[in-house]
Ligand binder design. Structure first.
Ligand SMILES: C[S@@+](CC[C@H](N)C(=O)[O-])C[C@H]1O[C@@H](n2cnc3c(N)ncnc32)[C@H](O)[C@@H]1O
Ligand SMILES: [Zn+2]
Length: 311
């Protein structure tokens, strides 16, 4: 089976009408509106080019053209540009909000599923493993629009031994999954270029199990702190497509609760929220937080403010 190939077709849905799909290894057809969707090397393309507009389209071209620059830029250049921090420390500051250590096998026997919206080159997969209770099996799904980033992602996952990640080409504004399919949903690094961040967060909430944490991370220059010209110029360059890079707390879905906005570092915010009732499958959510079986190299530290619940 090819790296990134989908194995569990049961949760995939038509991104146009949400009906179930049916088909073969090379093409899937919607059982509702009858549109067909191509599948290449086991990875379905569940979006239409014409849907991808504005900054989403621009960023897709950039990521497709320069996918191999992403990881070195984030690992080596970002700490220089923002004059602080390591990549791993920053990533652990948001992964702690995903509450992976609270997961346990589901009582209904269904596999535990984690969705990374905009998986990019797949850097988070290995870090997520460090937060999961030891030995816990999860189905990890990644959605992204860039074929170039997906190609780098596949190579990396194969090298790291995570070749069972299931990949889908999809637009974050129209996730091709059934409601409540995932036990955890998170997104890092692109919502600032989305044409409609609110729509994307509603989609994340729709495909998440009710009550589970949904975590969104992207650029925001730390407030209440002075920044020199070097820092301000790099932040501006990195967010050239956005006139007001900020945490989109105003666009969390209606009824969101447990809303937490925090600054994760000089350039990045983290936003966590939940929608719907608290999880009922108590086997999948440990009520108390036991010592995680796997402790990340550096325990996350957060700073900044917690906002009040939106609803
Ligand atoms: C900065 S990378 C982040 C990758 C990864 N999440 C990480 O933390 O390293 C942003 C990714 O978002 C993807 N992307 C941008 N807009 C998108 C959209 N509307 N739908 C799906 N993916 C999108 C890009 O193709 C790119 O792979
Ligand atoms: Zn359809």
């Amino acid at each position: 089976m090819s790296i990134g190939a989908v194995r569990d077709w049961s949760i995939l849905r038509c991104p146009s009408c949400q009906a179930k799909l049916d088909g073969t290894d090379t093409s899937q057809q919607c059982t509702g509106c009858a549109q067909t969707w191509p599948v290449r090397d086991g990875v379905p393309a569940l979006f239409r080019d014409s849907w991808v507009r504005g900054n989403d389209r621009l960023m897709r071209h950039i990521y497709d053209a320069l996918p191999s620059l992403h990881d070195p830029a984030v690992t080596y250049m970002l700490p220089l540009w923002q004059l602080e921090g390591s990549e791993g420390a920053m990533r652990n500051r948001y992964l702690c909000r995903v509450e992976l250590e609270k997961l346990g096998p589901r009582a209904d026997g269904r596999p535990l599923r984690i969705l990374e919206v905009c998986i990019g080159t797949g850097v988070n997969r290995r870090l997520v493993e460090q937060w999961l209770p030891k030995g816990l099996q999860v189905d990890y799904w990644g959605a992204d629009l860039s074929e170039g980033m997906m190609a780098v992602c596949k190579k990396k996952l194969a090298k790291q031994g995570f070749s069972d990640v299931q990949l889908v080409m999809a637009d974050a504004h129209a996730l091709p999954f059934a409601d409540a399919s995932f036990d955890r949903v998170f997104h890092v690094g692109a919502i600032g270029n989305f044409s409609d961040p609110g729509q994307a967060m509603r989609e994340m909430a729709r495909v998440a199990e009710p009550g589970t944490p949904i975590v969104v991370v992207d650029e925001q220059l730390e407030r209440d702190r002075s920044h020199n010209l070097w820092v301000r110029a790099w932040f501006k360059a990195l967010t050239f497509y956005d006139s007001n890079p900020h945490c989109p707390t105003e666009a969390v879905p209606p009824g969101a609760w447990d809303v937490l906005e925090e600054q994760l570092g000089r350039f990045y915010y983290g936003l966590r929220f939940r929608v719907g009732a608290a999880p009922t499958d108590i086997a999948a959510e440990r009520a108390v937080d036991p010592a995680p079986a796997a402790t990340p190299v550096q325990r996350p530290r957060s700073r900044g403010k917690a906002s009040s619940p939106a609803g």
